[in-house]
Design a binder for this molecule. Structure first.
Ligand code: FES
Length: 315
């Protein structure tokens, strides 16, 4: 855990704040690559994940900058930041973790899509590829220009590469069909609301494996119908627990007194990840990519389940 102080609070766009965090003693913070996020432990007990907008792959950096949008359906996280956070507030944060890494070494023609507050990791990525040999294009989307964070900074970049789409001005959502013609791009990085990412996922089904990278900031809905009980076995002790249909594997572990790390409890942050020794996971998280899922060796117990009757994990 890292202790930081809020060194800057600034309006970025309508209902979006830029928050800068620095170590109290002025020391540098661990560096992070574009796409990285930190867990922010709020004084009201909530833990929230925010992308670093100023992660540029340096070994260390003087501050972390995050952008926080007020969520109309806030469960207490974004409301607290907007209503209670002040300059000088003390916060605990995690070290940066990157579940949305940029790999432009192998990718020549790259499309970035950042929508709403999903522009934050994309902003860091665009800043890292500008001026390089990567042939990149950005589509930055929001309901209106006033709601797009970093509008001014993005407007100052290459006009031929940066495109904007504002739903209210352009009569509706982005036309993904034309934009996502597969022949145009070697890779896609997208972050934004669930509806947009679901549409991107369905329109890129035929893209090569590993070419579509997305980061969700809300878990995909799953109503739990069809959940069944299964046995979860801890390989080190042989201890086992029946995971009931209405509880998560993480909750079952906690019920028998296993103290396992967690943060979001929604399958978003990767903190609770464990290795699978035996059995077939039923992946429901937004952490693992298609390759990880196919390999079946990693498991996110705060949300995923077992596709069979028994799962042995490396605990
Ligand atoms: S606690 Fe965040 S993915 Fe499980």
């Amino acid at each position: 855990m890292i202790q930081v102080l809020v060194s800057q609070v600034q309006a970025l766009a309508r209902d979006a704040l830029l928050i800068e965090l620095q170590a109290p003693n002025g020391q540098v913070l661990p560096g992070a690559a574009p796409g990285a996020h930190i867990d922010v432990h709020l004084p009201n007990g909530l833990i929230r994940q925010y992308s670093l907008t100023n992660a540029q792959g340096q070994p260390s950096q003087p501050s972390y900058q995050i952008a926080v949008a007020r969520d109309a359906d806030s469960r207490g996280g974004s409301d607290w930041v907007h209503d209670k956070l002040r300059l000088g507030s003390a916060l605990s944060i995690s070290e940066p973790r990157n579940l949305f890494p940029l790999n432009t070494a192998a990718e020549k023609k790259v499309l970035f899509i950042g929508a709403g507050i999903g522009i934050t990791p994309i902003f860091a990525m665009v800043n890292s590829v500008k001026g390089t040999a990567v042939d990149w294009t950005l589509m930055a989307c929001a309901r209106s220009a006033s709601r797009l964070a970093f509008l001014e900074e993005l407007s100052g970049l290459d006009d031929n590469r940066v495109h904007f789409h504002f739903d209210l001005d352009q009569g509706g959502p982005l036309d993904l069909h034309a934009l996502l013609s597969r022949s145009q791009w070697d890779a896609l990085y997208a972050c934004g609301p669930a509806g947009l990412l679901d549409a991107i996922e369905s329109k890129t089904q035929d893209w090569p494996a590993g070419s579509v990278h997305m980061e969700r900031f809300k878990a995909q809905a799953h109503d739990g119908s069809g959940n069944s009980t299964f046995e979860l076995v801890l390989s080190s002790s042989g201890q086992s627990v029946q995971v009931a249909a209405e509880e998560t594997p993480l909750e079952a572990l906690e019920r028998i007194g296993v103290d396992h790390p967690f943060s979001c409890r929604e399958g978003l942050c990767g903190t609770c990840e464990v290795e699978v020794i035996e059995g077939l996971p039923d992946h429901r998280d937004n952490v693992l990519d298609a390759g990880d899922r196919a390999a079946g060796t990693r498991f996110i117990p705060c949300i995923s389940r077992c596709a069979g009757n028994r799962l042995v994990i490396n605990l």
